[in-house]
Design a protein around this ligand. Structure first.
Ligand SMILES: NC(=O)c1ccc[n+]([C@@H]2O[C@H](COP(=O)([O-])OP(=O)(O)OC[C@H]3O[C@@H](n4cnc5c(N)ncnc54)[C@H](O)[C@@H]3O)[C@@H](O)[C@H]2O)c1
Length: 372
């Protein structure tokens, strides 16, 4: 049974995770490297709790919820009675391993040690630990207070008991867990997203279409909330470059998008730098204007078929169920429907034909061989 949770790292993800854990009634230790960083995290949590309270989404007083969060500078004996830790430090394997070695030393032997990594293998993070069975991935989405989805990732050594307890814990947070049964690069949601992004990049780099046509097709024909490249701008061109490179390095077979690398080098990082595929003069996101007629110039199957194929590769390889993948794309990517619905709507034959085309123009890349 989880009662006390240590959240390690109080940045973008950590402070939001600490907030929802505290809202759900747990005692929380929130750890970071300095008291200044922790003060700023607590301010953000307080602001967010006040908003939730105003909207009637939490019944308890803000002070009551806040009283359950205890800030801790560094990783010290103070957190040694936590039954679970959720690590949310920067995405660097050396740093994460160091944090887990320390957590193993500090926390009780049966405490669950979870990581919020978005691209590093759980199994690799657990290397060097005495008990690798208690390491698990809990991948929250940004912002954690609002996004319902949490991917639960089983590392090669994670025990059934730890999976079960973690699932129960995530449900108690009022979140929707999906199970990622194998530690594959990108897990479920980023794997599907990066499959789409790298394919669209290939279509542009090979001169078959342009990024605006892709975005208009994604928005108007597939009902995506944002165009593919608009989303890359929103989440950060550099983030997409680093995540896709890390995934490819770890065995994800995908087209290498040179454009992302070049834009990152030119500091064209998307919304945050004011320029990416589109311009954002005030460095704030504004919905990109895309003429609807552009959406009729490209077959939407070239965008969605690789995602369908990726999903069925995961089903066939025991990574995730069809049902969980559908939940993942709806809650994690805000797709208006699941992958199985797209397949039904488009028809198997047409999807296979589109994959054949992608296979040919990519020079025979195996990720476009049909998985279903
Ligand atoms: N930002 C996102 O959209 C997002 C979404 C899902 C998952 N993630 C993953 O979540 C993790 C955290 O990402 P983030 O965006 O919150 O990063 P961030 O840089 O905003 O925050 C990381 C925090 O960890 C702190 N930290 C560094 N070393 C520490 C240590 N030894 N002990 C305690 N705290 C330490 C830093 O001071 C910082 O406050 C990463 O693994 C990232 O891949 C991020």
């Amino acid at each position: 049974m989880v009662n006390k949770v240590a959240v390690i790292g109080s940045g973008t993800m950590g402070h939001g995770i600490a907030e929802i854990v505290a809202i759900s009634g747990y005692q929380v230790y929130l750890s970071d490297v300095s008291s200044e960083i922790l003060d700023s995290a607590i301010k953000k949590i307080k602001w967010s709790l006040e908003k939730l309270h105003e909207k009637g989404q939490i019944k308890e007083s803000v002070d009551n919820v806040l009283s359950r969060i205890k800030t801790v500078v560094g990783l010290t004996e103070e957190i040694n009675d936590a039954d679970m830790a959720i690590e949310a430090v920067p995405e660097r394997i050396d740093l994460k391993k160091q944090v887990f070695l320390k957590l193993e030393e500090l926390l009780p032997k049966d405490a669950i040690l979870a990581t919020n990594t978005s691209s590093l293998p759980i199994t690799e993070i657990s290397e060097g630990l005495r008990n690798k069975g208690r390491i698990i991935g809990t991948h929250f989405f940004n912002p954690p207070v609002i996004m319902q989805l949490v991917e639960i990732i089983r590392g090669n050594y994670t025990t059934d008991e730890v999976v079960k307890e973690t699932r129960n814990f995530i449900i108690k947070l009022n979140k929707k867990p999906i199970m990622v049964n194998k530690d594959v690069p990108g897990f479920v949601v980023n794997r599907i997203l990066l499959r789409i992004i790298t394919t669209c990049c290939m279509l542009v780099e090979k001169g078959i279409t342009d990024y605006k046509t892709i975005d208009a097709t994604a928005r108007y024909k597939l009902g995506f909330p944002m165009g593919v490249f608009e989303l890359v701008d929103y989440t950060g061109v550099d983030v997409n470059y680093y995540v896709s490179s890390a995934m490819i390095e770890r065995g994800f077979k995908a087209y290498y998008c040179k454009t992302l690398e070049e834009m990152t080098k030119r500091n064209e990082l998307g919304v945050k730098s004011g320029k990416g595929f589109y311009e954002y003069p005030s460095k704030k996101y504004v919905k990109v204007s895309l003429p609807e007629e552009l959406g009729s110039k490209l077959d939407p199957l070239y965008i969605i078929s690789p995602a369908i194929n990726e999903a069925y590769w995961m089903v066939r390889n025991g990574v995730a169920s069809e049902e969980d993948i559908d939940i993942g794309v709806k809650l994690g990517l805000n797709f208006p429907k699941g992958i199985t619905d797209y397949l039904k709507e488009m028809g198997r034959d047409k999807v296979i034909k589109a994959l054949d085309y992608l296979y040919r123009i990519s020079g025979g890349r195996e990720e476009y061989s049909p998985s279903f």
